[in-house]
Design a protein around this ligand. Structure first.
Ligand SMILES: Cc1cc2nc3c(=O)[nH]c(=O)nc-3n(C[C@H](O)[C@H](O)[C@H](O)COP(=O)(O)OP(=O)(O)OC[C@H]3O[C@@H](n4cnc5c(N)ncnc54)[C@H](O)[C@@H]3O)c2cc1C
Length: 405
């Protein structure tokens, strides 16, 4: 039996953030991943200013990432080129950083800080009564003061500790590939908000072109399960339709790899218990308004480490409470909002309003990106507060009348 302060299962951004922070604060940390070093993750590779802020907090050198100034929103024939908002809290730029390289940079920083990284090893929590006491990994058993579940979209580990998704709460699916384009160094992300599936159903979600600055552009489409016809949705058809739509304007070549899809978890039944916490996707921490999860993984990962180092005995409880304070209301509003935009007529009239003028589109960008600074909330803060209250009242109706049935 080996002993460690923190055992992390999963070496994605969330797990790496815990490992970096905890090891730098002097804790002994081991991280397990079933994949090999240099693994890829199906993702859009987009980093909002919020995510860049989290990477800055972790002191990650971002010279390898492609700098992004803002977002081009497209809704039917309306186009709005928007710069990221200037706030006191977040930097005013984003980035695109292909996950193979971003995740390697993060886990390298964890190793440099002193964490032990064990690749190609599946780890499972050891459960003693109600308490998680360590992990079984390969032939070894590790005792740990805290087990951090950073396993991504819920699977076997989540089931073992009861951190599965909440029935009837929304989730998303998304698919992506890479293409070559002369516009690979564009400084704006592009999102088309008026996507239709092969059966002419409006898709609550968006198609994206995220330029990576290395000759390639990440191309993809995401959809929420609140839409009519979600069960029959073919993501391969959806990305092909989007590919045809952007081909000429971006002068793109063929897919560089077969498009791959993965889940966007947006809820969890539990995210802590005696001896354990769940972070990142494993805790359902994805923004339903834009599909962003990297930032939430980094933030929740850092928080888990800080709380454990401050007081191991209260860390899981305090983690749950503080994550609740920081994210629950915003993410709940986002989930309610996703029921609303599952209805095509609400989606389409809402979009007309949301991108109607440059000023309103700027507010939309700030709200959707969770870039409202609580100290200077401004109009975006007021909009978010009002949406929160109205959607809370409408919640039972939204659930009863969901377009996906
Ligand atoms: C198509 C698509 C596009 C997206 N685009 C964006 C975007 O542009 N921007 C953004 O912010 N977010 C985006 N997301 C969401 C983002 O990819 C996730 O939120 C993010 O990867 C979550 O990080 P994580 O560390 O929680 O989990 P992951 O990155 O999924 O890492 C989990 C790790 O755990 C390992 N693991 C699992 N089980 C075990 C086990 N038992 N033992 C050992 N190892 C295990 C896995 O091998 C994996 O390496 C997108 C998602 C999809 C599907």
């Amino acid at each position: 039996m080996k002993t460690v302060d923190i055992a992390v299962i999963g070496a994605g951004p969330a797990g790496a953030a815990t490992a970096i922070q905890a090891a730098r604060l002097g804790a002994s940390v081991v991280v397990f991943d079933k994949a090999a070093y240099g693994r890829d993750k199906v993702c859009g590779d987009g980093l909002t200013p919020r995510a860049v802020g989290a990477l800055n907090e972790l002191k990650i050198d971002m010279t390898d990432a492609h700098h992004i100034d803002g977002l081009r929103m497209i809704a039917n024939t309306t186009r709005r080129e928007l710069d990221w908002p200037a706030t006191a809290r977040f930097p005013s730029h984003g980035a695109v950083w292909p996950r193979r390289r971003l995740d390697a940079a993060l886990i390298d920083a964890a190793a440099e800080a002193g964490a032990e990284i064990v690749w190609e090893t599946e780890a499972l929590p050891v459960i003693d009564g109600k308490r998680v006491t360590g992990v079984d990994a390969g032939k070894d058993r590790w005792a740990a003061g805290l087990v951090v579940i950073a396993t991504g979209a819920p699977g076997q580990v989540a089931r073992m500790v009861g951190a599965t998704k909440v029935a009837n709460e929304p989730f998303g699916l998304a698919i992506r590939s890479y293409v070559e384009s002369p516009r690979h160094a564009d400084r704006h992300l592009e999102a088309c908000l008026t996507m239709k599936d092969g059966n002419d159903n409006s898709v609550p979600g968006y198609g994206w072109m995220f330029p990576a600055g290395d000759g390639t552009v990440n191309i993809g489409v995401g959809a929420l399960n609140t839409m009519k016809g979600f069960k029959g949705l073919n993501l391969n058809t959806l990305i092909d339709l989007y590919y045809d739509q952007v081909r000429e304007e971006w002068e793109i070549g063929p897919y560089l790899e077969k498009p791959r899809a993965w889940r966007l978890p947006m809820s969890t039944k539990r995210r802590h218990g005696p001896g354990w916490v769940a972070i990142g996707d494993a805790a359902g921490l994805i923004n339903p308004m834009n599909g962003e999860g990297i930032d939430y993984g980094l933030e929740s990962g850092m928080l888990a480490a800080d709380l454990f180092v401050a007081d191991p005995s209260t860390a899981p409880e305090r983690y749950d409470a503080l994550i609740g304070e920081r994210f629950d209301s915003f993410l709940r509003t986002g989930r309610r909002f996703s029921f609303l935009i599952g209805h095509p007529w609400i989606l389409n009239s809402g979009l007309r309003l949301a991108v109607g003028t440059q000023a309103i589109a700027n507010i939309t960008l700030k709200v959707m990106g969770n870039l409202v600074d609580s100290e200077t909330p401004g109009t975006a803060g007021l909009v978010l507060g009002a949406a929160d209250r109205v959607l809370a009242v409408a919640d039972p109706i939204l659930r009863r009348t969901r377009a996906s049935g």
